[in-house]
Design a protein around this ligand. Structure first.
Ligand code: SAH
Length: 203
């Protein structure tokens, strides 16, 4: 599979039917998801590996990981409505993902790689913290997406360091959010996000 093909396939999946602002339900755009998945794949962190997608939403990253040859994918999500959509999307893509309806803090399976798009924290500051905390607990390798803002970058780099992880900022890409909440003024918001790789430092 080519990156462009993966991007197209993921873009065609169904989005959130009624996105909930308090959960920061922004679907990961196909191009951003495929960019992150492709980087992880090229470094050997997907094929044949056990993966977790924390806050899977509509399942884009989980499905993409499976399409790139992951051995098993756990997809954790607190919102049942989103899981319904994600299940449908996985069926459409013809892949098998294990969906877990729970808060990320309850997930306790050790995995090889976490690939996630956590809430950005634009509604609630540091809403991505419990996601990073869990990811650092269950995996040595974590790929994640965060707002490309100085205060977020400082927090991410400091927090991951304290948790014994090295943060590598891989790329900054535009993330398109269609107007879906009342506080959105523009039809389409394009916000820069950082794609990160976190690796556990040797003890
Ligand atoms: N990659 C997803 C988008 C993720 S948005 C997609 O493309 O659809 C962040 C997701 O985290 C949302 O689906 C939201 O419902 C979920 N979420 C927020 N808080 C959570 C929590 N505490 N535990 C589990 N999931 C949570």
């Amino acid at each position: 599979m080519k990156k462009r093909h993966l991007s197209m396939l993921l873009s065609r999946l169904e989005g959130f039917p009624e996105p909930k602002p308090e959960l920061e339900q922004y679907r990961t755009p196909g191009n951003v998801a495929s960019e992150l998945l492709w980087l992880a794949h090229s470094w050997g962190h997907i094929a044949g590996k056990v993966i977790a997608d924390l806050g899977t939403g509509t399942g884009v990253l989980a499905i993409g990981a499976k399409l790139l040859g992951a051995k098993k994918v756990y997809a954790v999500e607190i919102d049942e409505k989103a899981i319904e959509v994600a299940r449908k999307n996985a069926g459409k893509a013809g892949v098998n993902v294990e969906f877990l309806h729970m808060d990320v803090s309850e997930f306790d399976v050790k995995v090889d790689t976490v690939i996630m798009n956590p809430p950005f924290g634009s509604q609630r500051k540091h809403a991505d913290r419990p996601f990073l905390l869990k990811a650092f607990e269950v995996a040595d390798v974590v790929y994640s997406i965060h707002l490309a803002k100085p205060e977020v970058r400082n927090f991410i780099e400091k927090f991951s360091g304290e948790m014994g992880f090295r943060a590598v900022k891989l790329k900054t890409v535009p993330f398109e959010i269609p107007a879906q909440f009342h506080f959105h003024r523009k039809r389409l918001e394009r916000i820069p996000v950082d794609l990160y790789l976190f690796e556990r430092c040797a003890p």
